[in-house]
Design a protein. Structure first.
Length: 364
């Protein structure tokens, strides 16, 4: 079984990357065979700074058009694959970017933001983060937030969200939600990891689980290898099945100590949430740069995954399912696209039928 060929032919989507964006990082994503990725452009920022970040991405799309393609629909992901470019799905790890204005969700959706996490580690208007001592659950504002995200087609991410708020959001949302980048708590107990019950609940409600390769959340910590990453994916797949499980690496390539300090403080400047013993986050051996992404496929082969399973590539007609562990395709966006296409077809049929009826009336 040729792992390199399998990886080259697959549609590969990373559920979350938060690297120090540069031409070097974009080229590494490209050489690593990544078809598309959810790229963080807002964490603690408010409205103004988030707009500046999105504007910067618009400039990068023009400046690096030879290897980057903005993704608004799943058609763009397929186009990125055909044209050998990297599709960029803009995502947020918080909802501070809209401040308290729900009507801005539609504005950012039109600018290319396809994923928003309800909270980042701590309490905000929507609910509690995973580092809060008390999780009061999803607020009424949070319900309105989810309603609007559902309406305009923004994926609700719950990776850094507290247990009670996550459960409330999973049960409340009318569209599937995601844990885009997290590990199972049964491996290492960590505030950021999710219990078996939490993983099963999101799958039962049609959601998606992206397993992160971030060493802090893996059993062997800084000594983790790419094989440990695949073992973590296997654990989740054995627990909930393969159709709605994928990868969200949480890659921080190029980020420095100041960046991690900013992430580690509440709202970027408050109480310390995380105590680190490193300046730059360690990466798993064999997956230390985005250019090494194909090593994940090789590790799957080593672990004994079948060629049929690894090669399972789904077209848009089969995207009501989320992700197989083989194609690494985050299919929440694909599912939403399919629904939009079906709705459009229904509307077109309705219009055509109405037009025919009107013509018959006119003729009679």
């Amino acid at each position: 079984m040729n792992a390199e060929e399998i990886h080259r032919n697959a549609i590969v989507v990373d559920g979350l990357v938060i690297s120090k964006w540069s031409r070097e990082v974009f080229e590494d994503m490209h050489s690593g065979g990544i078809t598309a990725a959810n790229c963080t452009c807002s964490v603690w920022e408010g409205l103004h700074d988030t707009l500046v970040n999105v504007a910067q991405w618009k400039s990068w799309f023009s400046e690096h058009a030879d290897i980057l393609l903005p993704v608004h629909t799943t058609t763009d992901i397929a186009k990125a694959k055909r044209e050998n470019r990297v599709g960029i799905i803009l995502g947020w790890q918080n909802t501070s970017g809209i401040e308290d204005r729900l009507e801005l969700i539609a504005v950012f959706k039109s600018l290319g933001v396809g994923v928003m996490q309800l909270t980042y580690n701590t309490q905000n208007l929507a609910g509690s983060g995973c580092y809060e001592s008390h999780d009061s659950g999803l607020s009424d504002y949070g319900r309105g937030l989810i309603d609007e995200m559902n309406r305009v087609g923004v994926v609700v991410d719950l990776s850094h969200v507290g247990a009670k708020t996550s459960e409330d959001a999973i049960r409340y949302s009318k569209a599937p939600v995601a844990y885009s980048h997290r590990c199972p708590a049964a491996l290492p107990a960590h505030p950021r990891n999710k219990t078996d019950a939490q993983l099963k609940l999101i799958i039962e409600h049609g959601g998606f689980v992206g397993v992160t390769t971030y060493p802090s959340f893996l059993p062997r910590g800084a000594e983790s290898t790419v094989d440990d990453c695949v073992a973590a994916i296997d654990y989740v797949v054995d627990l909930v099945g393969e159709d709605r499980v994928g990868i969200g690496t949480d890659f921080t390539q190029g980020q420095d100590a100041a960046f991690f300090d900013w992430l580690s403080l509440d709202k970027g400047h408050g109480r310390r949430l995380i105590v680190r013993d490193w300046d730059v986050a360690p990466q798993p051996v064999g997956l230390q740069r985005l250019s090494e992404f194909s090593n994940l496929t090789a590790a799957m082969v080593r672990r004994g995954w079948s060629e049929t399973r690894i090669r399972k590539v789904r077209s848009e007609e089969h995207t009501s399912e989320l992700q197989s562990r083989t194609n690494l395709v985050c299919r929440l966006l694909l599912e939403k696209k399919k629904k939009q296409q079906n709705k459009k077809k229904k509307n077109n049929k309705k219009k055509k039928k109405q037009k025919t009826t009107n013509n018959l009336r006119q003729n009679h």
